[in-house]
Design a protein around this ligand. Sequence first.
Ligand code: FPP
Length: 249
Amino acid sequence: MSQAPAPITVPHHVAIIMDGNGRWAKQRGLPRLEGHRRGVETVRTTTFAARDLGVKMLTLYAFSVENWKRPQDEVGGLMSLLEYYLKKELETFIRDRVRLRTIGRTDELPPGVQKVLHTTIEATRHFDDYTLVLALNYGSRTEVVDAARAYAAAVAAGHENLNDGSWATFRRYLSTADLPDPDLVIRTSGETRVSNFLLLQAAYAEFAFTPVLWPDFTKADLAAAIADYHRRERRFGLTSEQLVKPAAQ
Ligand code: FPP
């Protein structure tokens, strides 16, 4: 009798640095915005591919705090694409029970984007099997500064005790407060940087780098990254032996 293969360990939370839209467009002699447009198609396919593969939460780095420094027409184009994408996806999110959330300083986004974000977040709030998190106007350093400020205010107001000093307390002031840490962080386009993305939250994440440009990223590429994750041993600072035999209490 043949034995069934052991089930693959699927990361609960996958986070992706979507990179390479510009190069994809340049290789084809197209404007950069065309690369972003194709990138939006990949956002759509990857959202559902991740869910099919058993992932429960997908975080996508859609716009960083540094991205405002890009040429104004590119920034404007990205904002229009975001608004268009959200309006178009609302029905699909509801039909397919996708909860939308965001991290980052979304109050600095254009009013039209904020409005459609608010509508979509409210309309999908009650779905609990699969969550898409868009990192928008996000950067870890600004997130830490915002969290430190809020934490200091809470201490001053007597709601927190400065002597507590625990990560469990401080993390509640991050924009990811009620999200689990990512298990797997993927970056496309061959770059091997973290670019101010989930620096604290990815402290124990596994990283996967692929040369594929974001517009070309497929379900098979995602499945390959997950299969690679499955082969790794996550030790969280312990030894391999401790992982096999739980440490005595
Ligand atoms: C990096 O490619 C990608 C971005 C700066 C933004 C990612 C945005 C999208 C995929 C589209 C909008 C997102 C949503 C959710 C609607 P790059 O321009 O830095 O590529 P390059 O390094 O090749 O120039």
